[in-house]
Design a protein around this ligand. Structure first.
Ligand code: ARG
Length: 461
């Protein structure tokens, strides 16, 4: 089978080489970007007088036909064509003859693949941002319902201070907002056209790079061709953006797994998004958050993979770079389904507010409030107040009662400066609502934070 590049070869490529060398079985995902890129390139060539108007029309028409063939499934993807660029160009030439052979003037597959892949990645940065917003809407709705629901705030996975569940979910909303900002800033930074860089050094043809860039929706034209054809920073960025987003999803998933255990009992995932056991009939397993946690590892793998592919490459294009695509496709598709299923799982889960509140009555969650009381009301230095509170906690342990339920007389015994009004300070809801500093958990502050997110989503639809 004759290759497009076979002019200097006397023997044809082995099947084994074809299999090893080809990217066509996966880079075909870029067919839309490739066809649009070729159409823009052809328009630019015609504007510059390099193609005639007639040739341009044949090329545009022919490429549309190729696109239809791909979309209807009649296009024949052949490993011997190596990649989608050559597969499409070959078919175009079969369809329209000589004009097709002129399309590759002032272009190389090196800038061609850089255009296609970059545009795919740019688009996905925006699509994933939108999907995060949809998830945030759902999380926000649950959060808004639970700004009064107490839940133990933890550090070291130990009960620390009472917070409300809306505040807890608000933490994830802040993370997701940063994730969106990362995708959007990658989009802005990388919206630069490689087209016209040709193989590595530019081209002697009188091209108008600004024009083709504009046709493709790029903001500007790349500065240095040698850099442009070998740069895969944009791909690394989306892998990092997805990895960080998945890390956030994984942390939330880990909490969902814990919360849906008997030990916590804070949420119940809906039947639709839970699975059973093949042997234990009573089981209801949180496979969704577990898989989200697991898939995070796989996404990190793609990031590490591409970083490693790139690290030793001399300028400019090297075939190693062809290994950039599968990991990105996989990470993007993993991100898309992960966002969708997490959204549904949260939308349909049941929040067991009573159990959350019950859990707050264990572990002396208002101990810090006693120390704060001693500082504020009794003018005791915090270190000393901390020490006195430690005694109170020890007494509670001895009696088997939480600080918030302890009889006042025991507190008075520990330090006689303590007055009866302390009892109010030790109430868990009081403790939560006392944290009114900016960004704090008090219901008033939580509502402010959720409103901020709501406004952000409203203004960034
Ligand atoms: N299939 C190749 C890739 O994905 C396209 C670029 C090939 N360029 C070349 N000079 N062999 O990287």
């Amino acid at each position: 089978m004759e290759k497009m590049w076979s002019g200097r070869f006397s023997a044809s490529a082995s099947n084994l080489l074809d299999q090893f060398n080809a990217s066509i079985m996966y880079d075909r995902k870029l067919y839309r970007e490739d066809i649009e890129g070729s159409q823009a390139h052809a328009k630019m060539l015609a504007k510059q007088g390099i193609l005639t108007q007639d040739e341009l029309e044949q090329i545009l028409e022919g490429l549309n036909q190729v696109k239809q063939e791909i979309e209807s499934g009649s296009f024949e993807w052949k490993i011997s064509d190596e990649d989608l660029h050559m597969g499409i160009e070959k078919r175009l030439t079969q369809l329209i003859g000589d004009a097709g052979k002129k399309l590759h003037t002032a272009r190389s597959r090196n800038d061609q693949v850089a255009v296609d892949f970059r545009r795919y990645v740019l688009r996905k940065n925006l699509e994933i941002s939108q999907a995060i917003k949809a998830l945030m809407e759902v999380v926000l709705e649950v959060a808004n319902k639970h700004t009064q629901t107490l839940i133990p705030g933890m550090t070291h996975l130990q009960h620390a201070q009472p917070i409300n569940f809306g505040f807890h979910l608000g933490a994830y909303l802040s993370m997701f907002k940063r994730d969106i900002e990362r995708f959007e800033s990658s989009y802005k930074r990388n919206n630069i056209s490689p087209l016209g860089c040709a193989a590595l050094a530019g081209t002697p043809h009188n091209v108008d790079r600004e024009y083709s860039a504009q046709l493709l929706g790029f903001d500007s034209v790349s500065v240095n061709c040698l850099d442009t054809v070998s740069d895969r920073d944009f791909a690394l960025e989306i892998l990092f953006n997805i990895s960080t987003m998945m890390m956030h999803i994984s942390r939330l998933s880990e909490e969902l797994v814990m919360w849906s255990s008997y030990e916590f009992g804070f949420v119940e995932l809906s039947d639709e998004y839970s699975t059973g056991s093949s042997i234990m009939p009573q089981k209801k397993n949180p496979d969704v958050p577990e898989l989200l946690r697991g898939k995070t590892g796989r996404v990190y793998g793609s990031l590490m993979g591409l970083l490693t592919v790139m690290k030793g490459l001399p300028l400019a294009y090297n075939k190693d770079t062809q290994e950039d695509k599968e990991g990105v496709f996989d990470a993007v598709e993993t991100a898309e389904i992960s966002l969708e299923i997490l959204k549904e799982a949260i939308k349909t889960m049941q929040v067991k507010a009573q159990n959350m509140e019950k859990a707050c009555a264990i572990g002396h969650l208002s101990a810090t409030d006693l120390a704060d009381y001693l500082v504020e009301k009794c003018n005791i230095p915090f270190r000393e107040a901390h020490f006195i509170t430690g005694h109170a906690v020890a007494k509670g342990e001895e009696l088997g009662v939480d600080l918030s339920k302890m009889d006042f007389k025991y507190l008075k015994e520990i330090d006689e400066r303590i007055d009866e009004d302390v009892m109010e300070f030790l109430q868990l809801r009081h403790s939560m609502n006392a944290r009114t500093s900016e960004g704090g958990t008090a219901t008033t502050r939580t509502k402010e934070q959720l409103e901020y997110i709501q406004n952000y989503l409203q203004e960034n639809k």
